[in-house]
Structures are given as C-alpha cells and as structure tokens.
Design a protein around this ligand. Sequence first.
Ligand SMILES: [Zn+2]
Length: 77
Amino acid sequence: MENQTGPRKNSTVAGATMAIDPACGRKVDKGQSLPVTQYLGQAFYFCSSPCRRQFSKHPEKYLKRLSTGRSDQRAQL
Ligand SMILES: [Zn+2]
C-alpha cells in the first residue's frame, strides 16, 4: 500500500540533487564533483568538461533550447 501516489518506479528523489546538463540534456547529479559554470547568476552542471566548454561558447543557445524544448522536443530532432 505504499505505491499509491504514482507510477514511480525509482525511489530516488528526483529533482533534489539532479540537474539537467544544458549542453547534452542529460541528467546529472549535483552531489558529485561535476564541471559547473555560472551564467547570469545561475549555476549549471555538466556531465563532462567538453559539455561545459560547449555551453560556454554559446550559453544563450543552450538556454533557449532548455526553456523551449519541453513541449516539442521531438520537433527538434
Ligand atoms: Zn553533457
């Protein structure tokens, strides 16, 4: 009788320590020592340094994708 609240299979608390790598869209764990960068006062976490480098080149491009890509991710592929 514990799993009535939803179809959650994983018991880890997503959202608390997870962040989205804006460069590749992968989920990354903030708890680990990941590459991080500050942009417009916000911290962004990356799965790897190449991703951070990519983001640093065109941060606005990746941020735009992050904010608009939720509803129509498929259209961009
Ligand atoms: Zn990445």
